[in-house]
Design a binder for this molecule. Structure first.
Ligand code: AHR
Length: 815
């Protein structure tokens, strides 16, 4: 019976699936295939995403590309929380639309559309009333086998795209770990480099910067030099499930009751403090810092605390066993009073404690108990850990992005970062939980970030939310939860309604605070009061961080961008194009950037070594005019020498495209051992050590040897043996000129297990008489630790340079 069906009957049968419209396309190149086919959406489990089935006759259904996933839900928290129920296709205005439920209970429906079944628009999630949701669910269930008619060429092209995707996935699995064996017979490897000094182009003088995010304890417990953890007694379960106002503190001994109180606090933004009711002295309240407090023999420490009560307290710095290394006594008075002193420590302790011990019976209130090394970076009070800050300064960054990352747009609308909560007196700042599951004291706030930028000669690049929280938020919604409302409603900030208008004002206030005249502007006067009368000269403002670029985002971004541009045309706004180097957010983000004529957009990607090996021409394919790229977060997935070399190859591509890519920053930057939420990172540290990775050294060499003109050079790779095409992918160069010094800088990667001989010819441009050569290398591509790069001086410029195996080498030629 089925076999006898005619096409018309098949179409009639297909009508059962509810399709009424079709997408037209060329009928050429179809072979013996029909003009069009039926396509329907399928998904096995809510976490699986959607695959497609096609049918010619509406009866026999086959999986498209063996069930390749064409669409996933973007709604909900990370990973398995993102769910899809009953995806159904329909056709609207010549495009295929997909709707699906994101949960049987949440009254939102996901919507997206596509022209080719491959690239789907960033999803939107309209909120429905209970009745509308029930009706929609019933409809989706009823329509779950509904098919749409699409041109056969759409299916054919989709299969080609899927195949190309599989091919690229295979390339991404490439790496260098088997290279010793793979290139065993490679011999006589040469890379002839001929530099043409007459062929140059200007490139960005800001190509290398740093991305600072408070992730992995990068701020509190990290770069911010405070040694007392939970100094403000503001830790709570929002920070991390088990944390309380007492976390990191403990009371030892008898005769004292310890409680956390909130009556008449030091400041409304800092409502909790410790109350000690001492019946008989002897008990001690001790703080263990972050994994202990590191104290160094002979060094000085600034101790301060707010005290209220009657009587005296001893404050001691001790080692873990309780031996006193320094001590002072403070007297409490009836009002909150800040007590301060500088203590010199006798004896070192990697795991020290700060101990407060009332010496008389009575009642004591304590808050903002703080200990800083005097020896911070540039000696600033409330400053930065010198060893870490010096490592950052050594990268010679031309800009610093802060405070994130996902930390900026936050975990839910209530957790969006408000810059003004981070300035002013420390006890007035508003602490908050961190999307990475710990606490932000905000002691390292916008003033300190700007000051650090100035201290290291880098442009500040604050990146703030576009009025939407992180799309993977787990609080106050389900990942996607819309954005800051247009009208006053559910959300408040600082006791006032939080609306898009008030949020735009925050961005405008930031510009005024940073750049205004302290004599005429109240906000700028606050900056002056904090210690910086001169403007900070802010030039860039990032709006948005790899968001989901649906309508909720676009409307808010456009509003903020236009608002900032109107009030401050001198500020360059940096937009965002999502978290990946391809896909919906990337494609639609770039389309949006072109439509709105954005100056710069922020790209992010964390890709494996194979991606970098096979995409060295990534930016060679970009348009030369129009919106520029800030590669705001990037890294290869690992801290081995192979990762660092893959990144060095990419850096050569960035410089070659420095007319299109104007800034770049590796991410994340810092990670405290034992407290990492993200790996790999550029610099690992604990309380006493800083451990740069191979990736760090590559960034450092690039940053210290940045140029501002790209000089074209021809290269010719030759070698004897097998696999020479793959070998050629592992050697690359970039030649730039640094106008300031006049130096010619040649960056060279040899990611092969053999030395590569590089005959060097420089045509034009006069004579180069001497050189410095800096080399990073290791024994194996799997080295996790490598020696710091070594610099040698050469009194002549050699006609031929040997590139050691697995090396990154920078030649700096001088007149
Ligand atoms: O760099 C770590 C995280 O990666 C950032 O917070 C976020 O923007 C990206 O997903």
């Amino acid at each position: 019976m089925i076999r006898k069906l005619t096409m018309a009957a098949a179409l009639l049968a297909a009508g059962l699936f509810g399709a009424t419209e079709s997408v037209n396309a060329s009928t050429l190149g179809q072979g013996n295939h029909p003009d069009s086919v039926w396509v329907r959406a399928r998904n096995q489990k809510p976490t699986d995403g959607m695959y497609l089935e096609y049918s010619v006759d509406g009866r026999t259904w086959n999986k498209v590309c063996q069930g390749y996933k064409v669409l996933s839900s973007d709604f909900g928290e990370w990973g398995a929380q993102k769910k899809m129920y009953y995806p159904v296709l329909s056709v609207e205005n010549g495009k295929v639309r997909c709707e699906f439920a994101v949960s049987p209970k949440i009254h939102q429906i996901a919507r997206t559309e596509t022209e080719d079944l491959w690239l789907w628009k960033p999803q939107d999630y309209p909120v429905l009333s209970q009745e509308a949701f029930a009706a929609k669910m019933a409809q989706l269930k009823a329509d779950s086998l509904k098919a749409v008619r699409v041109a056969y060429s759409v299916l054919n092209n989709l299969e080609k795209k899927m195949e190309a995707h599989r091919y690229r996935a295979r390339q991404e699995r490439d790496n260098m770990r088997g290279d010793d064996a793979k290139f065993k017979d490679l011999d006589s490897v040469r890379y002839e480099l001929t530099v043409d000094m007459t062929q140059k182009k200007a490139i960005s003088p800001m190509l290398f910067g740093i991305f600072f995010e408070d992730i992995n304890y990068a701020a509190d417990g990290g770069l911010y030099a405070e040694l007392v953890q939970n100094r403000d007694f503001e830790y709570n379960k929002n920070d991390a499930g088990k944390w309380t106002a007492k976390t990191s503190w403990s009371l030892q001994g008898d005769g004292t009751d310890w409680s956390i109180r909130t009556e008449q606090p030091l400041h409304a933004n800092n409502p909790h403090y410790s109350h000690l009711e001492v019946k008989a002295p002897g008990a001690q309240l001790a703080n263990e810092g972050w994994d202990g407090i590191a104290l160094e023999d002979g060094k000085k420490y600034r101790l301060s605390m707010f005290l209220r009560g009657k009587g005296k307290v001893k404050v001691r710095l001790t080692n873990k066993e309780g031996a006193t290394l320094a001590m002072t006594t403070f007297s409490a008075s009836s009002k909150w009073t800040q007590q301060k002193t500088v203590l010199k420590v006798s004896g070192s302790a990697a795991d020290g404690r700060l101990v407060v011990e009332p010496v008389e019976a009575g009642q004591y209130d304590l808050d903002m108990v703080s200990l800083f090394p005097v020896d911070t970076y540039k000696g600033r009070e409330n400053g930065l850990r010198r060893d870490l800050a010096e490592k950052l300064a050594n990268l010679r960054p031309q800009f610093v992005r802060f405070p994130g990352g996902c930390m900026s747009h936050g975990n839910g609308i209530d957790n969006i970062y408000h810059w003004q909560a981070t300035v002013g007196e420390l006890w007035e700042r508003q602490p908050d939980f961190n999307i990475w599951h710990y606490h932000q004291t905000r002691g390292l706030g916008f003033y300190e970030y700007f000051q650090f930028c100035e201290d290291i000669g880098a442009e500040p690049l604050p990146v703030l939310s576009a009025g939407v929280p992180c799309q993977n938020s787990s609080r106050g919604g389900h990942g996607q939860q819309g954005g800051i409302p247009w009208e006053a409603g559910r959300y408040t900030y600082n006791g006032k309604p939080l609306t898009m208008a008030s949020y735009l004002q925050e961005l405008l206030d930031l510009i005024e605070w940073a750049n205004g005249d302290a004599a005429t502007s109240k906000l700028a006067a606050l900056r002056a009061k904090a210690g910086h009368p001169k403007p900070f000269n802010l030039k860039y403002l990032g709006i948005g961080n790899e968001d989901l670029l649906g309508d909720v985002f676009n409307e808010r971004f456009d509003y903020l961008n236009e608002g900032v541009k109107k009030a401050h045309p001198e500020i360059t706004v940096v937009g965002t194009v999502g978290p990946f180097w391809e896909g919906s957010d990337y494609e639609y983000g770039w389309q949006h950037a072109a439509e709105k004529n954005l100056s710069i957009v922020d790209e992010h990607y964390y890709n494996p070594v194979g991606w970098y090996l096979h995409n060295q021409d990534f930016y060679d394919k970009y348009k030369r005019e129009g919106t520029k790229v800030y590669l705001g977060e990037w890294a290869s997935k690992g801290n081995l020498l192979e990762n660092a070399l893959a990144e060095a190859l990419h850096i050569n591509g960035l410089e070659r495209n420095g007319d299109v890519v104007c800034m770049s920053s590796y991410a994340p930057l810092l990670a405290k051992e034992g407290h990492t939420q993200w790996n790999p990172d550029m610099i690992y540290f604990n309380n006493t050590e800083v451990k740069p990775t191979p990736n760090y050294y590559v960034q450092m060499m690039a940053g210290q040897n940045a140029g501002d003109e790209y000089v074209y050079a021809e290269s010719k790779f030759t070698a004897k043996g097998r696999e020479t095409a793959d070998a050629a992918l592992r050697v690359s160069h970039s030649v730039t000129l640094d106008k300031e010094t006049g130096d010619l800088i040649i960056k060279l990667v040899n990611a092969l297990p053999q030395s590569t001989v590089m005959p060097l010819t420089i045509n034009g441009g006069g004579a180069w008489t001497r050189a410095t050569v800096t080399t990073l290398t290791g024994h194996s591509v799997t080295d996790r630790e490598v020696a710091a790069p070594v610099t040698e001086e050469m009194s002549t410029v050699p006609a031929s340079v040997v590139l050691p195996p697995y090396s990154y080498r920078v030649l700096r030629l001088k007149r």
